[in-house]
Ligand binder design. Structure first.
Ligand SMILES: Cc1ncc(C[n+]2csc(CCOP(=O)(O)OP(=O)(O)O)c2C)c(N)n1
Ligand SMILES: [Mg+2]
Length: 337
């Protein structure tokens, strides 16, 4: 199966088989990136999203390419779900000219306006005000479009979270705030930093509707985020959605996550969102067991081929640093001649 263009890949999410395939693709790309970093083939660091695939594909499948999405440094899954090709993503991480940001952004700065992916942000909470601003632009122009900000549980303790929710609520902006609650903020379990069991309750401070959803369940995410996006488009204002999920890997590639309580990982892993989606595909009669296996094998082969292609691409030159940079000559004010 060919990858298609980003827009074709986005449209493909109308099909339940392709939604499962995309989740499997995200898992495979993340596992592959982990191996590439471990082998020294890629430098720097990266933040992987294994375990959070249902949130990414769920929200991408209920939004349109003219909606906009902001995500975080853990944003590979959201980028692929929205339609970015694995090649554009891998090339970016490898610092190649063909990457989605010309190879100067890297793992934490994915972006593609064609599919509505505003930049993914390295600064915790930075995407929320940007999504609120985009929503204000849609509202001002009278466009029926929605903005979605995806961010972590830790980000709900950041000032920008509270400022964005307040502004969105008071102006009834068409924005959906999605907490991708993966239980950990960097190296801290959420309960060590946050005095609330259910983070969506924070919406009450802003008189904003809120929902909580099983973030391991693709169809549940689609239902909950889809309803919030629809309400936003129809002028019903913002929603805070909390998707309860789990980060299967450590915070970043250098973190083996030794701080997890015993048995916690295994317990969440028994509800692996990719495995749950495969089971649902078979239950609903969209594929049988061998069909699922063929999809998995085809995805693995395609990603392996994308890695080979990405490695062979030309690297971004140093001069790229100075492209897209705006400068103005300094003019001294009141200088004595
Ligand atoms: C403003 C800011 N403070 C601190 C950091 C360092 N930092 C990077 S990731 C992270 C944890 C964020 O946790 P969460 O919002 O739950 O997202 P997750 O990493 O789990 O996806 C922190 C504190 C940062 N990037 N930006
Ligand atoms: Mg987190």
């Amino acid at each position: 199966m060919s990858q298609g263009t980003a827009l074709q890949r986005r449209a493909a999410l109308a099909d339940p088989v392709r939604r499962y395939e995309r989740m499997m693709e995200i898992r495979t790309v993340e596992d592959t990136i982990n191996e590439l970093f471990a082998s020294g083939a890629i430098h720097g660091t990266t933040h992987l999203c294994q375990g959070q695939e249902a949130v990414a594909v769920g929200l991408a499948s209920v939004t349109r390419p003219d909606d906009v999405v902001t995500a975080t440094y853990r944003g590979h899954g959201v980028a692929l779900a929205l339609g970015m090709t694995p090649l554009a993503l891998l090339a970016e991480i490898m610092g190649k000219m063909e990457g989605c940001a010309g190879g100067v952004g890297g793992s934490m700065h994915m972006s593609d306006p064609e599919i509505g992916l505003l930049p993914t942000f390295a600064i915790v909470g930075a995407g929320l005000p940007v999504a609120a601003g985009a929503a204000l632009a849609f509202q001002t122009r009278g466009e029926q479009r929605a903005a979605i900000a995806v961010f972590g549980d830790g980000a709900t303790n950041i000032g920008a979270f509270h400022e964005s929710l307040n502004l969105a609520a008071i102006w009834k902006l068409p924005v959906v705030f999605v907490i991708d609650n993966n239980v950990y903020g960097e190296y801290c379990r959420w309960n060590l930093t946050t005095p609330l069991e259910n983070l969506h309750q924070r919406a009450a401070s802003y008189a904003m509707p809120a929902s909580v959803v099983d973030g391991m369940d693709l169809d549940a995410v689609r239902g909950t985020v889809g309803a919030a996006v629809e309400r936003a488009r129809e002028g019903g204002g913002p929603t805070l959605v909390e998707a309860k999920t789990y980060r299967f890997a450590g915070h970043s590639r250098s973190d083996p996550a030794p701080y997890r309580p015993e048995g916690e990982f295994e317990s969440w892993r028994s509800r692996d969102p990719v495995a749950l989606a495969a089971r649902e595909l078979v239950r609903a009669g969209h594929a049988d067991e061998s069909g699922v296996q063929s999809i998995d094998e085809a995805v693995r082969a395609r990603i392996a081929a994308a890695v080979v292609r990405a490695v062979a691409l030309p690297a971004t030159g140093v001069e790229a640093m100075f492209r897209n940079v705006w400068t103005e000559p300094l003019r001294a004010v009141g200088t004595v001649r």
